[in-house]
Ligand binder design. Structure first.
Ligand SMILES: Cc1ncc(COP(=O)(O)O)c(C=O)c1O
Length: 408
């Protein structure tokens, strides 16, 4: 009584590894949780205070989102992108993941996924009955597709509609897309729709975040939310900015929203106004300082002749490839690491790599972000000494992995 396409789907890999880790912990083992990609930082106090103040808000809010919140988001995005975005272009949902799902359901065409890509894009396109295509990427191109490789795919059938999903900074690679301009030329030439998943954009380690929407705004849906920079994944608030040219699509997503979640929780929407309206610069700068310091530590200590990694550029992930290991699949490899060393990482196959490639995703977030943050200033250098003190599991996990690489 279950549809075949649904029956064959598995629980999200990220959640599964978290469950296995918890079970091992119950058995008394110390597990280093490098599998789950959750922000280690608290929600800024000011935003939490707004939530407390608005706990009494109980009415259903507009389907598209609270007007004042959409206005705050439109101003925030307009400033970031240096273009004029109106509140009408913004739709608020219970997490950007849910909005992506509604987009997949509405969209009639094929999905283009760079390999690697975040775990949920593929299952969402399967559920929505959209054909998906993987595009191979290489470290020389920061693990993003080249404009040529996209053109080669769409040229095969120019009559189709295409939706390209780009995520920068990237989960799982930790890299930032540097060939956005050349991709945007192909996007314009073939009228490809782009979902620009910018959920990690505030956590770009250098200051110059560049969105593909700067080059072809009429083709690009911007996706973002509170889950990563604001540490509020569990609050479930995300948004899309949809160009006026795609108004019909926005309206059909609104219909789907009205028939599913109705509107995002009222207190959360009121509290979120502060996230976009107020200044959280110091909080974000400290978050980035800690994340880039830790990312660099893991990168420097793990990379070797046998371990290939690209230096992290944003977000909180690294993607090590273990050259001296042979298992039947990357899943087998990750199970071996978890069993022998108690370190949880995710197999590359969950992100679109072939199972035989011994590649994995490591999330360097297993530390108490609140404590770390309250012990540094904006000019503190996050070095090994500080990491030892405030993020000891990062040191221990890196050591265990290195040990596994060298001795098995
Ligand atoms: C690349 C990427 N996009 C989207 C999401 C979903 O975010 P949200 O909490 O807004 O649904 C995640 C969360 O893990 C993510 O890693």
């Amino acid at each position: 009584m279950i549809k075949n396409k649904i029956k064959n789907l598995d629980l999200s890999a990220t959640l599964k590894i978290n469950e296995i880790s918890k079970n091992l912990e119950k058995e008394g083992k110390t597990i280093i949780k490098f599998g789950f990609g959750q922000s280690p930082f608290p929600v800024p106090d000011k935003i939490v205070d707004e939530l407390k103040k608005n706990a009494h808000q109980k009415s259903y809010l507009p389907i598209q989102g609270l007007q004042e919140l959409r206005k705050a988001i439109s101003i925030y995005e307009s400033k970031k992108k240096n273009i004029n975005i109106s509140p009408e272009q913004v739709i608020v949902g219970p997490g950007s993941k849910e909005l992506m799902f509604l987009l997949h359901i509405s969209f009639d065409g094929d999905i283009i996924l760079p390999s690697p890509s975040w775990v949920s894009y593929k299952p969402q396109s399967i559920i929505a009955d959209n054909k998906y295509h993987w595009i191979e990427t290489f470290p020389e191109n920061n693990w993003y597709p080249s404009a040529d490789s996209i053109e080669k795919l769409v040229i095969k059938n120019k009559k189709k509609n295409y939706l390209l999903i780009l995520n920068s900074p990237n989960n799982p690679s930790g890299q930032v897309c540097k060939n956005i301009k050349s991709i945007s030329q192909i996007v314009k030439k073939y009228k490809i729709m782009v979902l620009s998943d910018e959920i990690y954009s505030e956590l770009t380690f250098d200051e110059n975040y560049e969105s593909i929407s700067n080059f072809c705004p009429e083709n690009v849906i911007i996706s973002n939310g509170l889950s990563k920079w604001c540490g509020a994944g569990g609050w479930r608030l995300g948004y899309f900015v949809i160009p006026n040219e795609l108004n019909k699509l926005k309206n059909s997503m609104k219909v789907l929203a009205s028939e599913t979640f109705s509107a995002v929780s009222a207190p959360i929407q009121y509290a979120a106004i502060s996230a976009f309206k107020d200044d959280h610069k110091d909080f974000i700068l400290k978050s980035k300082k800690i994340l880039s310091g830790i990312g660099e530590y893991v990168y420097n200590n793990l990379k070797s002749n046998n371990v290939i990694i690209s230096k992290p550029m944003g977000g909180f992930y690294l993607m090590p490839e273990f050259l001296n290991k042979t298992f039947n699949s990357s899943t087998e490899m990750c199970k071996d690491i978890l069993k022998k060393k108690g370190v949880a990482i995710l197999p590359g196959s969950d992100f679109g790599f072939s199972a035989e490639k011994m590649i994995s995703r490591l999330s360097y977030t297993d530390f108490d972000g609140k404590n770390f943050m309250s012990n540094i200033n904006l000019d503190t250098k996050v070095d090994e000494g500080l990491i030892k003190k405030y993020a000891p599991k990062i040191i221990e996990g890196t050591k265990r992995l290195k040990d596994w690489v060298e001795k098995g």
